[in-house]
Design a protein around this ligand. Sequence first.
Ligand SMILES: [Zn+2]
Ligand SMILES: [Zn+2]
Length: 337
Amino acid sequence: MTRSRTTPPRPVDVATVFPELAAHRRTATRLHPRPGDPGPGDSSVGGPLLWPADEPWPTCEQFHVGMVTTEGVRLRRRLLERAWGRTRRGETLQLTDEEKAELKRAEDPPTDEDDAKADPMPLMALAQLYARDVPGLTCPEGMDLLQVLWCPHEHDDHDLYLPAVHLRWRRASDVTAVLADQPEPATVEYDDYVPEPCVLHPEVITEYEYVELLPEDLQERIKEWEEATGNDYRGELSLALGWKVGGFASWSLSGPEPMVCECGRAMEPLLTIDTCEWESPYGGSWRPVEEPEHPAGEFESLANPNMPTSIVISRGYALYAFSCPASFDHPLRFTMQ
Ligand SMILES: [Zn+2]
Ligand SMILES: [Zn+2]
C-alpha cells in the first residue's frame, strides 16, 4: 500500500446538528481501489488470490452461454487504452486498420469451444481483503483473509439477475504454496463483470443510517433542515460512494427492505461492490482530496478514475452483501441499490 486516500470533510458535521444521530452511526472502510499490479500477498480488487496450490478452484455448476470471452474483454481494453493513450485531449479516437481488425476479433461472440470450456465454469477472482489492511473487517475466529469470487453471469438469485458472489475466509499463514496460473471463466455475460486489477487504499470513515430508516420524527426534522439550508443528508452527509466494508446500505432504488437472517437476526452490510467511487448519477460527491478534479496530461485515457475497477452493477448501482452478526455460516443476503 502506498499513497493513502482521504475523504474530504463533509460540508457540515450532521451529528452536531442532530446529536441523536449518534445512535445511528457506524464506521465504514472505504477501500479506494486504484489501478495497480497487486500480488497474492496484497489486498486487491481483480488481483490474484492467496489460493492454496492444492485446493480446487471453485466453479459454478450452472451452464452459461457467454456474450463475450474474458480474453476478448481484456484484449479490447488494452487496445482501446493504447489508442486513447496516443489521442490528444479533445480529438477523436483514431484506430489503425490492424487495431480495427483486432478489436473486431476481441468483440466476437464466444465459439462453441469457449462455451464448452464454460461447463463447469471456474469462478472469477473479484477481491481479497486482508484484515491487517482493512480496519473494521471482522473475520471468523482465527481467520484474517476474506476472498470474494463471483460467477460473471447473471443468476436470478434473490431476484437480482447479477453475478453470484461467493466468499472464502482463510488464515493467510495456512497458505504455504500459492496456486499459480489461477483459473478464469472463459466467458462472461458482460465486460462490466471483469475487474481491472486494483490495489486498495483503505480509509475509515463515519456513516449514518439511510434517511428512511431513521425515526420518523428525526426524518422530518432533517428534511426541514435540508430545505432551509440546502444540505443533502442522503447524498452528501450519510453514506459514502464506492467499494467499502461495513457502514450502512443505501436503499435509494427499492426503498428500505428488512434484511433479516433465517435465524431472525438483523443482518449488516459486509461488503459493497459499487460502480462509482465518488460521483454517481444517483448522488454524492466523495472524491478523495488526492484525486485531481480534472485529468492531467496531453493525452486521453480509457481509464475513468471514478470507475477504477471497471465493474458496473446494472446501470451504475451498487451490490451490497449482508452477513449475519450471529454466525459466518449463515447465508449472505444481497441487494442492489
Ligand atoms: Zn454461474
Ligand atoms: Zn443468522
